[in-house]
Design a protein around this ligand. Structure first.
Ligand code: NAD
Ligand code: TDX
Length: 344
């Protein structure tokens, strides 16, 4: 029997969050723990270089349990999935630059891992929400009035985005063929606390805190559509609990800004001269612009972003990195060494 199109409308009480020790996953876990204390959360995380158990260490052991393991491990999934009522799937290799250097882990985690989770969701009839990215739609020209819509064709450019696109297609097929109760969300660029120092905003903030110069790729004109990670968390919960099965929802907060503008905003907020940065080698195949049309999510589920003042959200994020040097310091040196080897 087809499940497509039906509203999920359920309140999960025992969920698995894959990748719950990463940036967005841990922010989601923290948000659910606070807003839905009735919901037990099992975090399934391999703790790659991007996963940090400290991100959720202060949450109650009774509500949040960490299982260290790989989403590709179907024996492990057979053990933990049956006692849960939903899987919220954040785990991924998530950094474009890494995918250009070595695509292999992206194929494994993003494609094979999603496949194994879908098989488990199917076997144990568990609700599945797949967290994906706007990058699956490719890029837009800088002057194009259009924004991405859920039914746009997939045109991924990088090894990362092509593996995310592949995983989305698997989810769509598992809904249609096997009746898996799944939804997909494709979100724009997130910012906020706990983001790895390899990513644009934390890299520049921690460079300045560390006495290094920020690094801007290409000509700085590339546009990203910024959303605070807490607004992303709320949208994922709304889709998980009230979204229509088989549907794709785009999550975005009307936050289009070019990279040069974002960098200058960081420099000003940190009382640095606006030209105190280095232009560095561009990313191969660098997507020009992402832009999300979130109207389906707003119309169907009544979701709206709360963090609408980017400058304010950015200032809070800068403060978080200023106050949490012990969190970012261990990864900083190796990250910058890797960039330097690439001329970035
Ligand atoms: P991240 O790199 O910060 O975290 C990824 C987490 O997944 C880490 O905790 C890591 O240990 C874990 N992980 C990786 N491989 C695993 C495996 N095989 N098994 C179990 N755990 C594994 O990523 P993020 O930026 O928080 O992104 C989370 C999700 O959101 C990803 O699916 C990403 O594609 C998507 N997304 C990210 C953004 C963004 O701006 N960062 C925007 C839209 C969508
Ligand atoms: O040092 C830098 N200098 C720079 O100019 C870095 C690290 C990046 N950039 C540019 C490249 C991009 O145009 O900044 C922009 C943002 O870069 P990233 O933080 O690497 O993000 P992006 O490639 O846009 O992808 C992000 O958003 C979509 C996430 O990493 C993905 O996981 C998500 O799917």
């Amino acid at each position: 029997m087809s499940t497509a199109g039906k509203a999920a409308s359920f309140l999960p009480t025992n969920i698995i969050v894959t990748g719950g020790c990463g940036f967005i996953g841990s922010n989601f876990v923290r948000w659910v723990a606070k807003e839905h204390p009735e919901c037990h959360i099992t975090v399934l995380d391999k703790l790659t270089y991007a996963g940090n158990p400290d991100n959720i260490a202060d949450l109650s052991d009774e509500q949040v349990e960490l299982v260290i393991g790989d989403i590709c491990d179907s024996q492990l999934l057979d053990m933990i999935v049956p006692v849960h009522d939903a899987i919220v799937h954040f785990a991924a290799e998530s950094h474009n630059d890494n995918s250009i250097l070595d695509p292999e882990p992206f194929i494994q985690t993003n494609v094979v891992g999603t496949y194994r989770l879908l098989q488990a969701a199917r076997k144990f009839d568990v609700r599945f929400h797949h967290v994906s990215t706007d990058e699956v739609y490719g890029d837009l020209a800088l002057d194009e009035p259009r924004r991405f819509k859920p039914d746009d064709p997939y045109k991924p450019s990088s090894p990362y985005s092509s593996t995310k696109a592949s995983s989305d297609l698997l989810v769509r097929a598992w809904v249609r063929t096997y009746g898996v109760r799944a939804t997909i969300s494709n979100c724009s660029n997130n910012y906020g606390p706990y983001q790895h120092v390899e990513k644009f905003i934390p890299r520049q903030i921690t460079n300045i805190l560390d006495g290094r110069r920020p690094k801007l790729y290409g000509n700085g004109a590339n546009v990203r559509d910024w959303i605070h990670t807490e607004d992303h968390s709320r949208a994922v919960w709304d889709i998980l609990t009230r979204g229509r099965i088989g549907e794709t929802y785009l999550i975005g907060a009307n936050g289009e800004l070019d990279n040069l503008h974002v960098l200058k905003t960081i420099l000003r907020a940190m009382v640095q001269p606006e030209d105190a940065f280095d232009w560095v080698r561009d990313r191969p195949g660098h997507d020009r612009r992402y832009a999300i049309d979130p109207s389906k999510l707003e119309r169907e589920l009544g979701w709206h972003p709360i963090h609408t003042d980017f400058q304010e959200g950015l200032s809070q994020t800068i403060e978080w990195y200023r106050e949490h040097e012990e969190w970012w310091r261990p990864a900083k040196e190796a990250t910058e060494k890797k960039y330097a080897a690439q001329g970035q």
